[in-house]
Design a protein around this ligand. Structure first.
Ligand code: GDD
Ligand code: MG
Length: 356
């Protein structure tokens, strides 16, 4: 696919992942030991694509600071910044002048996916489509773009985040555009590709194809999905060529100090200079650089931010602990709680489902 260029949309603010996204954009959050975007870029490269344009906006400089010109990934990366976010369609229009290939792949920058990208492009070519959408089936389609198709795979409608979805088939956030179609998206204003561009193309009778498969798929936009997606990467359930170590129960980065009798499992990612004390149990979680899990603490399905401390005997489940926050000894934190950066919780508290 040397003749196909790619665009990755990474300009969103990641509000559902706050406070983690106060200091890093969603695609740069450490996921199985590397920024999430590294996994997506490695899949794009493995499919044979070389030129990738990143449409950035929120915390824009962090992308180039990390990935540079892309050479270490075998890619040619170009960064195009939206001073004010232009939405998904506006973001695509904003990079159009940097594209030259006849067909262009466009990716949401927060999707972890195992699909065969070459097969999506083949569907696009065989059906001579103006746009082809990768589609997957999910249990609850309401949080996504619902996309019914006919027996020939022709897209019939595009219903973004509808309460009453007619099918469980959804937009997986990967498209192939004919460049001529992409160039028609209005520039310089906010455009939603989901609410404006796709419905408009369907209305005027353009050929919009659906490519359905049942590959691994997950949108990493919520804390629960981020944690489970990271664990799937660590365990090798979700494919990636960008993992910093072999797949298994955990990935432990350099400088981490895990006590011999601590249990670190279930796809846990342990960042640089993390300390896990004696008898601590960490299951299916993300420990960012410099986090400390003291002796006997339990951490399950949670994100522990950089430099945060979970003190002795505390129990943290389904939670997001902000950078440098402290969860006091024997505290219980459960039920989707988020602790803001630098907050210090005194010992022996029990807290459910309210943010601090
Ligand atoms: N450049 C740029 N500018 N990128 C943006 C902007 C913007 O203004 N707004 C959002 N993005 C990027 C985000 O960074 C993300 O990578 C991608 O566009 C999608 O935005 P999300 O905010 O994650 O959207 P969503 O998850 O609610 O819904 C989208 O993805 C679903 C699949 O994961 C839609 O495309 C749905 O139809 C789809 O089902
Ligand atoms: Mg998303």
């Amino acid at each position: 696919m040397d003749d196909v260029e790619a665009v990755v949309l990474v300009g969103g603010k990641g509000t559902r992942l706050r406070p983690l996204t106060l200091s890093a954009p969603k695609p740069m959050l450490p996921t199985a030991g590397v920024p999430f975007l590294a996994h997506l870029l490695s899949r794009i490269r493995a499919a044979g694509v070389r030129r990738v344009v990143l449409g950035t906006s929120y915390l824009a400089s962090t992308f180039e600071e990390h990935f540079g010109d892309g050479e270490s990934l075998g890619l040619e990366l170009t960064y195009v910044v939206e001073e004010a976010p232009l939405g998904t369609g506006g973001g695509i229009a904003n990079v159009a002048q940097h594209l030259t290939s006849e067909n262009v792949m466009v990716f949401n920058g927060d999707v972890l996916c195992g699909t065969d990208l070459g097969a999506v492009v083949n569907t696009h070519r065989h059906t001579d489509a103006d746009v082809t959408l990768h589609l997957v089936r999910v249990q609850d389609p309401r949080a996504y773009g619902c996309v019914p198709t006919d027996d020939d795979g022709r897209v019939l409608a595009f219903l973004e985040k509808t309460e009453d979805p007619p099918t469980d088939q959804i937009n997986a956030g990967c498209y192939v555009f004919k460049r001529s179609i992409l160039e028609e998206i209005p520039r310089g204003r906010v455009v939603s590709v989901e609410r404006e561009t796709f419905p408009g193309l369907l209305e005027r009778g353009a050929r919009v194809s659906g490519h359905v498969d049942n590959a691994y798929w997950r949108d990493m936009g919520t804390p629960g999905d981020l944690v489970h997606g990271s664990a799937d990467l660590v365990r090798g359930v979700a494919p990636s060529a960008a993992l910093p170590g072999p797949v298994g129960e955990s990935i432990v980065l350099e400088g981490a100090d895990v006590a011999k009798d601590a249990f670190v499992f279930g796809g846990t990612a342990v960042g640089r200079d993390v300390v896990v004390g004696e008898g601590a149990k960490v299951e299916g979680s993300m420990l960012f650089d410099g986090a400390v899990i003291a002796a006997g603490a339990i951490v399950e399905s949670s994100v522990v931010g950089a430099g945060a401390r979970i003190e002795a005997g505390a129990h943290v489940r389904d939670a997001v602990i902000g950078d440098r926050a402290v969860v006091g000894a024997h505290c219980e934190i459960k039920g989707g709680m988020r602790i803001w950066p630098d907050v210090q919780l005194p010992p022996h508290g029990i807290r459910f489902s309210a943010d601090v």
